[in-house]
Every structure is written in structure tokens, then in C-alpha cells.
Design a protein around this ligand. Structure first.
Ligand SMILES: C=C1C[C@]23C[C@@]1(O)CC[C@H]2[C@@]12CC[C@H](O)[C@@](C)(C(=O)O1)[C@H]2[C@@H]3C(=O)O
Ligand SMILES: O=C(O)CCC(=O)C(=O)O
Ligand SMILES: [Fe+2]
Length: 335
């Protein structure tokens, strides 16, 4: 159950909606402003083919409608956290009213993807969707770099790397008649809303999320308000991840967010987490540190180090603080 202190006090009129069909300079300035002030925004006129989206949505509806045993057998067989999950999030005992499918987006993995009889259709829908959202993520990152007056591919080159460690996640928050714990609304002990996906930040560079028309996503504003994002299947929600906060030396905010479920209808979300190669060295960009005349806030680390540490913690724990620079530390990054 969501605690009293964590309840929503605002709806999303304060969330920036960025029209990507505007003049490029304007879009890039709006993106930078949104990343600095909240770390979250919506994009419209994003150019992603609606057929690619609706095909992916239909395939994920079909997937979650299957019996649990079949969902668990989605292949190729991989270790947790990948594959189908029911309520368990991560490796540290976090749970939520959610079932999900977590896939690595490496093309070799996607080419082997199988999900029962409809494997080819499912695999091809995923491949097309990943290609489209990756393209969108790279475009947004290029605009971001331009807005910060950095070389245009500063961030997107990390995502375009052949060994980029990007993942795709499908989340299904069932309606109360399908609650995963077996409870239903006629049971007076069931308190609503319930936590679907607990409060957290996304560890990667950038997240591009699309949902059906059912709400549930909430973002924490810097002033302490939790803002409920109104659902719109035609937009993509974009949020800054931990690595982008580090690379911008804290200028951009990796926003805390969560998903709650009211049980009125089932929510389906699909999130693409754009990440670098596990070997990539991540640290504050020297130009940003110098230009802003700011002390360097974070050390340099590899994405592999960061992920390993993230998985040793719970969902809502602060991961970034441990990577803060010590005062006596030199800037050792040759980025
Ligand atoms: C508890 C955890 C689950 C998570 C990895 C983590 O250690 C902390 C972040 C979680 C998160 C949030 C964004 C993505 O959904 C995810 C796949 C990711 O990369 O970081 C999940 C991880 C997960 O569910 O395995
Ligand atoms: O389902 C949602 O809207 C949010 C999911 C989320 O934050 C995540 O998968 O990391
Ligand atoms: Fe998230």
C-alpha cells in the first residue's frame, strides 16, 4: 500500500511536453531545461511509426495472457534479472503488484527470442520496436548534446556501440480482479492504491517509456511533490538515468519515479533503457566540469561496476552517492 506521506498532491500540468517537430534549436533547449529542472518530460510528434507501437502492444498483451508456465519459458533461457518475472523486482527481495518481461536488446539475443507458438511474430515485433525506440533515444540524446554545446554524438555513441547494454522491459499491472496475490476488490482488506513498481531511479543513460491509456506512473519533483503522469498512448515519456546525471556532473537530474496501481484497469508499459557497453567508462564530462566552474561531483567508473553495485542494493536505495568524488581526488577521466 502507498503510505499517507507518499500520496500524490499534483497532476501533470507541470510536466514538460516537448513537440519534436519544432525547430531543432528550440527542441534542444527545451530538452535541456526539462532534464535540469525535473529529469522527466513527454515527447509528441516523435516520429515513431504507430504500427510498430501497436504491433508491439498487441504482442505484449498476447504474451501476458499466456499461462505463467509458458511465460516463464520465454527463451533463450537466461539468468535473472532477465526473462519473465512475477512480483519480484531485482535480486534483493523487492516486490510489487506487477508481472514483467525483461529482455536484453543485443541483436543476437533478439534473433533467438521465442515465446511459444507465436515466436516469430513476437521476435519481429520486438526487433522493430527496439530499432524505433533506440533511434528516438539517440535523437533525443543528440539534441541534448547540442543544447549543452557538446559534440552532437557525445551521448548517442554510447548507445549505438555494438555492445551497448540496453534493455527492454514490459510491465503489466493487472486490474484488481486479476491481482497477482489473488486478492480482489470485494475483499475489504485490500487497500488501494498499491505499489506496482516501487520508488527508484533508472540506472542507465536515458529511459523511453510508452504506456497504454491506464495511469499509474508518478514522478518525484525536486520540491518534494509526487506528480501523477496522465497516461497518453500517443506520447513517449523520457527520463534521465543515473549515468546521464553523472556525465553532466549533476546538472541533469536522474528522477525518482514509481508506478502505483488502483486496480480499475490493467496498465501496460514498455520501457527502453538506453545503456552503454559494460566496459564504457562513465564520469563527469571534462567540458561540463570546466565550463560550469564546478568541482567534479563523481568519480569515474565502468558501467559494469555500477550495475554490479546497483544489484547489490534494493530498488529504492541511493546508488549514486557512493560514486561521489572525494575532495582530494584528481580528475583521472580521459573521456
Ligand atoms: C533492485 C533493482 C532492480 C533493478 C536493478 C536494481 O538493483 C535497481 C534498479 C532496478 C532497475 C530499474 C530500471 C529497469 O527496470 C531495470 C531493469 C534496471 O536496469 O534497473 C531495473 C532492475 C531490475 O528490475 O532488474
Ligand atoms: O510502468 C511504469 O510506468 C514505470 C516502470 C519503471 O519505472 C521501470 O520499469 O523502471
Ligand atoms: Fe523506472
Amino acid at each position: 500500500m502507498v503510505k499517507e506521506s507518499q500520496k500524490i498532491v499534483a497532476l501533470d500540468q507541470d510536466i514538460p511536453v516537448i513537440d519534436m517537430s519544432q525547430e531543432r534549436l528550440r527542441v534542444s533547449m527545451q530538452i535541456v531545461k526539462a532534464c535540469e529542472s525535473i529529469g522527466f518530460f513527454k515527447v509528441v510528434n516523435h516520429g515513431v511509426d504507430p504500427d510498430v507501437i501497436s504491433r508491439m502492444e498487441q504482442e505484449s498483451i498476447n504474451f501476458f495472457a499466456k499461462p505463467v508456465l509458458e511465460k516463464k519459458s520465454v527463451g533463450p533461457v537466461v539468468n535473472r534479472p532477465f526473462g519473465y518475472g512475477l512480483k519480484d523486482i531485482g535480486l534483493k527481495g523487492d516486490i510489487g503488484e506487477v508481472e514483467y518481461l525483461l529482455l536484453h536488446t543485443n541483436p543476437l539475443f533478439l534473433s533467438q527470442l521465442s515465446s511459444g507458438n507465436d515466436s516469430t511474430k513476437f521476435g519481429s515485433a520486438v526487433t522493430c520496436y527496439v530499432e524505433a525506440v533506440k533511434q528516438l533515444a539517440c535523437e533525443i540524446l543528440d539534441l541534448t548534446a547540442e543544447g549543452l554545446r557538446l559534440p552532437p554524438h557525445t551521448f548517442s555513441k554510447l548507445i549505438r556501440a555494438v555492445d551497448s547494454d540496453s534493455v527492454l522491459r514490459f510491465n503489466h499491472y493487472p486490474s484488481s480482479d486479476q491481482f497477482l496475490s489473488g486478492a480482489n476488490l470485494s475483499d475489504k482488506s485490500v487497500s488501494l492504491p498499491r505499489v506496482g513498481f516501487g520508488e527508484h531511479t533508472d540506472p542507465q543513460i536515458l529511459t523511453v517509456l510508452r504506456s497504454n491509456g491506464v495511469g499509474g506512473l508518478q514522478v518525484a519533483f525536486p520540491d518534494g511533490r509526487w506528480v501523477s503522469v496522465s497516461p497518453d498512448p500517443s506520447v513517449f515519456c523520457v527520463n534521465v538515468g543515473d549515468l546521464l546525471q553523472v556525465m553532466t556532473n549533476g546538472r541533469f537530474l536522474s528522477v525518482r519515479h514509481r508506478a502505483v496501481t488502483t486496480g480499475h484497469a490493467s496498465r501496460l508499459s514498455m520501457a527502453y533503457f538506453a545503456g552503454p557497453s559494460v566496459h564504457a567508462k562513465i564520469g563527469p564530462l571534462p567540458t561540463i566540469v570546466t565550463a560550469a566552474d564546478q568541482p567534479r561531483l563523481y568519480r569515474t567508473f565502468t558501467w559494469a561496476d555500477y550495475k554490479k553495485f546497483a544489484y547489490s542494493l534494493g530498488l529504492g536505495d541511493n546508488r549514486l552517492d557512493i560514486f561521489r568524488s572525494r575532495v582530494d581526488e584528481e580528475d583521472e577521466l580521459g573521456f
